[in-house]
Design a protein around this ligand. Structure first.
Ligand code: THU
Length: 160
């Protein structure tokens, strides 16, 4: 018997000013995407923006449905947009932000389990890490080097 530990490190910035201009811009785009959120049921808007290696930025926002489980998360809409691009370039970074009617708005948002799995598919496919910038309205920003650290032991195409 042996014990294996899995851990990861992330960078915690206390203010957006500590980030590169490129990262600041991407977070701004994620916040702009909140304006496209359709969230009449949860009143929890989520916006996501991806920077591609060729510099393009694409966005996504959560799209809810009266049949609640039919809801699409911001990250899922973003990835669907990405997969519709004619010319692909690897995803370098994804920023996610949120705006809630329900109180707390400053604690960084973290992708749900299904989003982690979907993000992992794309990271695995492109064989390049997707850096994550997780934010709220103000307050700390969490920077994580890839999707893999937040979905250890992921099921992917190699598992089939
Ligand atoms: N949501 C996202 O868009 N991304 C996540 O990673 C977590 C949750 C959305 C789904 C739903 O519209 C609202 O947040 C509340 O769960």
């Amino acid at each position: 018997m042996q014990i294996k530990s899995i851990s990861f490190s992330m960078k915690i910035y206390s203010s957006i000013d500590e980030l590169s201009i490129e990262s600041q811009e991407l977070i701004l785009q994620a916040k702009n995407a909140l304006g496209k959120s359709y969230s009449p049921y949860s009143h929890f808007k989520v916006g996501a923006a991806a920077q591609l290696n060729d510099g393009r930025i694409i966005i996504g926002s959560n799209q809810e449905n009266a049949a609640y489980p039919a809801t699409l998360c911001a990250e899922q809409v973003l990835l669907a947009n990405y997969s519709c691009l004619e010319k692909k370039s690897a995803i370098k970074t994804i920023a996610v932000s949120y705006l809630s009617n329900n109180g707390e708005n400053n604690h960084p948002v973290t992708p749900c389990g299904i989003c982690r799995q979907m993000l992992s598919e794309y990271e695995n496919l492109q064989q390049e890490n997707i850096m994550l910038l997780l934010t709220g309205q103000s307050g700390a920003i969490w920077e994580i080097t890839g999707v893999n650290p937040i979905l250890p032991l992921a099921f992917n195409s190699n598992s089939l």
